[in-house]
Structure formats: structure tokens, C-alpha cells
Design a protein around this ligand. Structure first.
Ligand SMILES: [Zn+2]
Length: 90
């Protein structure tokens, strides 16, 4: 579950968190305070970049598209399960 740094209750659904990029803040659904993804979330984008790289280098368009899709899925998973939520005081 995606825990809020203020109230320790569910701040948002995992699906919503996977769409929350670094530098964006949203209101916790339990207490309404602003929370954002930790800056380490930018590293979650690495698989997507690698997928794009494979896409450019690959002879097969299908393989390249598969690499991008896999990279995006991995990015979503990393973002949802590894990147912690932090308080957003800004
Ligand atoms: Zn909260």
C-alpha cells in the first residue's frame, strides 16, 4: 500500500502513484496534505530509457516496441513499489 508520510494511511492507489512522476505533488486521500514522490523516482525512468535505446538500435521494430513496453511497465512497477512518498512542504 502507498503510505502517506503524514498520517501513515493510504495516500493513493498504486495505479495513481505509478503515474506520479518526480517533482509533482498530490493531496493525500486520507488527510489531504500534499505528498510527492521521492527524488530517487527519476531512477525508475532508467528502464524506459533503455527500452528507447533498444528501439533505436534494434533491427526489428517489433522487438524495439516490446523493449519500450517492457521498460515502461518496469518503470511503473519500480515507481509504485520502490519509490517512497515524502512530505511536500513547497
Ligand atoms: Zn495522509
Amino acid at each position: 500500500m502507498v503510505k502517506c508520510p503524514y498520517c501513515s494511511r493510504a495516500a493513493m492507489s498504486p495505479l495513481r502513484k505509478s503515474a506520479l512522476g518526480p517533482g509533482r505533488a498530490v493531496n493525500c486521500q486520507s488527510c489531504g496534505k500534499l505528498v510527492s514522490a521521492h527524488w530517487s523516482g527519476i531512477f525508475a525512468a532508467i528502464p524506459a530509457f533503455l527500452g528507447g535505446f533498444v528501439f533505436m538500435k534494434s533491427e526489428s521494430r517489433l522487438l524495439g516496441i516490446a523493449a519500450i513496453v517492457a521498460g515502461l511497465v518496469l518503470m511503473g512497477l519500480l515507481h509504485t513499489y520502490l519509490v517512497p512518498l515524502v512530505r511536500s512542504d513547497a
